[in-house]
Each structure stands twice: as structure tokens, then as C-alpha cells.
Design a binder for this molecule. Structure first.
Ligand code: ATR
Length: 284
């Protein structure tokens, strides 16, 4: 795709950023829609984050994604006078999508939870968060976004378990709402009666230890998903599928979380398609 002097610019700020799939993802949509624009990887060290954002505004960028380790710093920038945050970004306390307006103000959003819920809606048509309790494994940044989105979507009861129980307690207190913490070694029995099981830990990812989980109490009606997407079919998803559960892999969360930013910067609402999935998988 050729660019003109009017090209719309966006990118992803991270440190490091070389592993990010976002340039390939947005690049696919830019080509698909023949948009005069570009989406760049932007490696920025933590101490330069605020000045880098300022520079992008001066360079005429439309906005940017923000990834590790800048999501909290982006949130703090958006708390400054004249800038804004979406309700979900305020609830979660981090920002992964920045939109710059014509006055140089920042508008911050967090779209990981949106991506998570949209992935379930697309992968398990008819799924509703309100159906029953959700068991969440892990209490890191990913769990924070997932739980906030599930509560917002009407999940009546979140059961949270994490290796370090104090981290789960802190997250539950911070987010508020119907969240119950159980011990990590109770994760098997805690499956009884749930409607949704989510792994938000890094366990099961290529190169990480496996997730050991007794699924004998898991209802067959429960939907099972993993935010790990390398491998696409984790041992958890394979075991749940064998038991007859509907499973949704984690790649779609990455793809769907990118939609709001793309639409804001480039003016087209992009779609998550099989062709996009294949494109991202083939590049790994
Ligand atoms: P992210 O922001 O991607 O969620 P994170 O904040 O590093 O990443 O969280 C990783 C999650 O995986 C945590 O819930 C972590 O548990 P702890 O809070 O106890 O560290 C979990 N995790 C990582 N390795 C684990 C292991 N070997 N056993 C159990 N849980 C593990």
C-alpha cells in the first residue's frame, strides 16, 4: 500500500515491542480496506513514555496502542487536566488504547476486557455472561480486565483463585462486586456449578509450566476459554473439549481488542475473520 502526505498514523508503544502482533494485525486491516495509513512498532523505554506520547501528538499521530510496561503510565497521563478516560478504563486502572484529538488531548480506553467478551460472543454464539458463575484462574493484569468486563456484562458471581491468594484478595477488593476468592488448591472443586472457566495465568503457554487442573467437577454446560493462544489449543482446552465442553481459544481476544482503536484512528470498523486469524497464526 502506498502512502501519501495525508497518511493516518498510529502504532504500539512497548518495551520491548518486537514480540507484538499488533503491527501485523493492523497492517492486515489497513491493506484490506486500502487505507492511506500506517501502524508502527514503537519501542519506548519507561522513562521516555510521557515524552514519546507528546512527540507522537506533535508528529500528527491519531493515537496509539500501549502495551507492557506502559499501561499504568498511560492511565496516569489520561488523568491529567483536559484528558479523558472511558468508564471501563477507570474501573480497570489501565489504558491500552490512546486516541489523540485535534487539541492534543488524550482519550484513554482499555479494550482487553471488550476483546475477551467479544471473543466469547463470536466463538460461542448465544453465550451470555449472566448465565451463571465464572471461575477465573489468575490475578494479574489480564484477570483484572477479564473480571471487570464479565461483571459489566452481567456475570452474577465471580470465583477467583490464584497461586498467591493475597493478590487475588487485593484484586477482588479493588474491583468490587460479587467476587469470591478460593484457595489455588481448591480450583478443581470450585468448578462445581460454574458456567464459565477462564485461565488468565501464563500456565500452559509454550515454554511455561503446564496448568494442572482436575476437571471432574466441571459441568458439561460450562464454556471454557484460555487467554493463552500459543499453543492455540492449550492442554486445558483439549481436556475440556474431550469432556464435551464448548471451548474458545484465546487468539480472538487479541484480535477483538484491537477493533476500537483501529476504528477510532482509521475511520473504518474492522472485522475479525478466519483470514485474519490465519494471517496472524502464519506469522508466528
Ligand atoms: P498478566 O498481566 O499477563 O496477567 P502477571 O501479572 O505476571 O501477568 O500474572 C501472571 C499470572 O499467572 C498470575 O496470576 C500468576 O500467579 P501469582 O500471582 O501467584 O504469581 C500466575 N502464574 C504464573 N506462574 C504460575 C505458576 N507456576 N503457578 C501458578 N500460577 C502462576
Amino acid at each position: 500500500m502506498m502512502m501519501t502526505g495525508k497518511a493516518r498514523l498510529a502504532g504500539v508503544l512497548g518495551w520491548p515491542v518486537s514480540h507484538s502482533q499488533s503491527p501485523r494485525l493492523h497492517g492486515f486491516w489497513l491493506d484490506q480496506h486500502e487505507i492511506d495509513g500506517a501502524y508502527l512498532p514503537l519501542p519506548v523505554a519507561p522513562e521516555h513514555f510521557a515524552s514519546a506520547v507528546r512527540s507522537l501528538i506533535h508528529l500528527g499521530f491519531r493515537g496509539a496502542n500501549v502495551t507492557v510496561p506502559h499501561k499504568e503510565a498511560a492511565f496516569r497521563l489520561c488523568q491529567e487536566q483536559g484528558n479523558t478516560l472511558t468508564a471501563r478504563a477507570r474501573h480497570v486502572g489501565s489504558v491500552n488504547t490512546l486516541v489523540f484529538d485535534a487539541d492534543g488531548h488524550l482519550h484513554g480506553d482499555t479494550t482487553d476486557g471488550f476483546g475477551f467478551v467479544e471473543n466469547l460472543r463470536a466463538g460461542a454464539p448465544g453465550w451470555q455472561a449472566g448465565t451463571g458463575p465464572a471461575l477465573i484462574l489468575g490475578a494479574g493484569g489480564a484477570a483484572r480486565s477479564v473480571i471487570a468486563a464479565l461483571l459489566e456484562a452481567g456475570c452474577p458471581d465471580v470465583i477467583l483463585t490464584n497461586r498467591s491468594r493475597d493478590r487475588a484478595e487485593a484484586l477482588a477488593a479493588d474491583l468490587g462486586g460479587p467476587i469470591r476468592v478460593v484457595d489455588w488448591d481448591q480450583r478443581g472443586p470450585a468448578c462445581a456449578g460454574i458456567a464459565l472457566l477462564v485461565n488468565t495465568t501464563s500456565l500452559g503457554m509454550t515454554g511455561q509450566p503446564p496448568l494442572e487442573m482436575d476437571l471432574s467437577a466441571l459441568p458439561q454446560s460450562a464454556l471454557v476459554t484460555d487467554i493463552v493462544y500459543a499453543p492455540l489449543e492449550t492442554a486445558l482446552l483439549a481436556a475440556a473439549r474431550l469432556r464435551g465442553n464448548v471451548v474458545v481459544d484465546g487468539l480472538g481476544m487479541l484480535l477483538h481488542q484491537a477493533r476500537p482503536g483501529f476504528e477510532a484512528w482509521f475511520g473504518v470498523a474492522p472485522a475479525v475473520t478466519e483470514a485474519l486469524r490465519t494471517h496472524i497464526i502464519s506469522g508466528k
